[in-house]
Design a binder for this molecule. Structure first.
Ligand code: ATP
Length: 304
């Protein structure tokens, strides 16, 4: 009989109907997903849709105002935030960046820098790094303490297309080598890491979710983006039929405006708890949206 400890199989984090409210406004609401060991979950959504808020709620930086968040006891999290408050006028080397918030042994620093491919930059000034090198330094800092869960808030920001592919390759290697779970936030609404197990699209709530279609098998995609890109990136294709207005209200496809976008706003057709089949075409995602995982033809036709 296999002797598997329950903590090896239990989800690292589970959000159940989680919501965060500030100044009388729900920043996100009704968020549901789990992350298991070795799994990559990607959050996508427009600016201000609650991705960072959701990630911070998942790791306990923010407390949910409704719903539940459960984390495995003793969960170690490596977090790469979207923004760092660093005084860029002060000299700061990569190895000092690694130990700003806690000490690490020489071996831990060297191993982390080596595994992110920047061992040669240990004594380089952070302000002189390229976008891709800086993201690797942040990744090295996050993995040095061997986290169970790695949370990466827009890890490819400021990085060009080939750098993006290289970084996603690196994230995949880290996952494969360490078996950690990864929560990835992407600013790109349509192109995600091909290895992503579940994409969760937020817009103040979960709009739709599913697996990214693995377009890497499509010869047309390979022709468009090249073999290397095809192994690394996949298209998550979907559309929303409502817009979140700057004041927090929601304008629906029929022109009506509601205070929020939730099951009781009269624009929903599903019953609570209904599962969305992300693999089927045109599923009703439960929020008056349609998600469609139809792959590269949208990209090609310019509708992405
Ligand atoms: N502490 C706070 N108090 C009030 N509003 C906040 C707070 N933190 C975030 N917000 C607002 O909540 C909304 C969601 O913010 P969040 O940073 O989670 O979005 P995001 O999807 O990560 O955005 P982006 O893609 O621009 O990084 C935004 O409208 C933001 O202004």
């Amino acid at each position: 009989m296999l002797n598997i400890h329950p903590s090896e199989t239990a989800p690292l984090v589970t959000l159940t109907n989680a919501g965060v409210r500030r100044n009388g406004r729900w920043l996100v609401r009704g968020v549901e997903f789990s992350i298991n060991r070795g799994e990559i979950v990607t959050l996508i959504g427009p600016n201000g849709s609650g991705k960072s808020t959701t990630a911070k709620t998942a790791i306990g930086v923010l407390k949910p105002d409704e719903g539940q968040v459960s984390r495995l006891a003793g969960l170690k999290v490596g977090y790469v935030p979207q923004k760092l408050s660093i005084d860029w006028t002060l000299p700061l080397t990569v190895e000092r960046l690694m130990t700003l918030t806690g000490s690490l042994s020489r071996t831990e620093i060297d191993t982390a820098l080596h595994s992110t491919g920047i061992a040669h930059l240990a004594r380089a000034e952070v302000q002189h790094l390229s976008g891709g090198e800086f993201q690797r330094a942040l990744l090295a800092r996050a993995i040095a303490r061997k986290p169970d869960l790695l949370v990466l808030d827009e890890p490819v920001q400021g990085v060009d297309f080939s750098g993006e592919i290289a970084l996603y390759d690196l994230i995949k290697q880290i996952r494969n080598r360490t078996g950690c779970g990864i929560l990835l936030i992407s600013h790109d609404l349509h192109v995600v890491m091909a290895e992503t197990d579940i994409v969760v699209c937020l817009n103040g709530h979960v709009c739709c979710r599913g697996t990214p279609q693995d377009v890497s098998r499509s010869p047309e995609y390979r022709k468009l983006f090249g073999d290397r890109a095809a192994q690394t990136l996949a298209v998550y294709s979907h559309h929303h039929d409502h817009t979140h207005l700057p004041d927090g209200r929601v304008q629906h496809a029929d022109g009506t405006v509601t205070e929020h976008c939730h099951p009781d706003d009269g624009h929903h057709h599903h019953t609570e708890g209904e599962e969305v089949d992300a693999h089927s075409h045109e599923p009703d995602c439960g929020c008056g949206h349609h998600s469609r995982l139809s792959g590269y033809e949208h990209k090609e036709s310019g509708r992405v």
